[in-house]
Design a protein. Sequence first.
Length: 372
Amino acid sequence: MPLFRQIIGKRCRKCLRIITKTANQLNLIPKYPRRPTHGTEIACLPRRHRGQLGEIFLVSGVTQSKTVLDDAGLRNLEVPASPQLDDSGPGKQYLNRLLHITGALQTSLDVNKVIETFSIEIKSILPHHSIHYHYLEQQITVEVGDKARNSCSYQLVVCGQSLGQIKLTRSKKFSPQETALLEKLLCSLVYPLRNSLLFRNAQQAALKDPLTGINNRAAMDITLARELELARRHKTPLTLITLDIDRFKQINDTHGHLAGDHVLKAVTDIIAECMRSSDILFRYGGEEFTIILSNTGLRGATLLAERVRKAIESRTITANNRHIPLTVSIGLATADAADTRESLFDKADVAMYQAKSAGRNCVIAYEAAPAA
């Protein structure tokens, strides 16, 4: 009793009775005076005192997790790096069930599939209408089922790393026993989910240019093939712009490679300022960039290319307290029915080299050679 008084301080006796009664029912009176190794369900407290208990420890027969209720009422479920397994007594049934669920979750590295599988696997033991998962860091949102009125939400944490928020909803309220069961089930989700997030992050990193942070050549190959297929299917125009920084080698030789890196980042920012939200920018390699303009014909692409050219020419860029004048040569080509990813790029590249030959700092659109 003094231990629970120490946890809640001078809170009302009603809260103290609820905590003590629940702890006695679950046989969770701690033997050690430092802090309880087990805890109780926060949701059973009056609303005005929720969030005042600090850290609540919940132990299943399979793994120990820590639940913290924050100021917004969102439970934070923290799972340790080394779960404690108990394969004897009543914990064996939970162990077998969780191992089955974990095995099913490990069959995929796709985040959507992992969340969908988790919903299917637990539905027979914890009925629910929907699961909503959101991971802000990678802008991932997964929704399975139709949202209902009552919900139970958790912030998933493993080894101090946040894995996002998950929310289960249904028409009937979740009981304290069901909440405790859900926390045990979530322990089987966090590691397969973390693996899928790491895999997704590695995939995205492979498609990004490390210097400028924009898409790289590999991403352009994938995106251009997709956009060409969409343009054919919907019979919409598609234009590709290639852009090359004029005399970039001279900039590196005169000002150094660090100044050259600064120029590449500055040009990236300027192009991004001129683009529409639907346009996609890539660093193709070295000082060459490409822009994919979906649903855009030659006239609209030419206007954008001129806007980019003028913005770069007029911008003052300095490195080592020295002004670096910049211009770019731009070529563009609009896809026709027979174009592949390679042929469309070749057309835009030819137009860009024509702009170089024409004196640089200009925009030239590809024109097919007249038939003999």
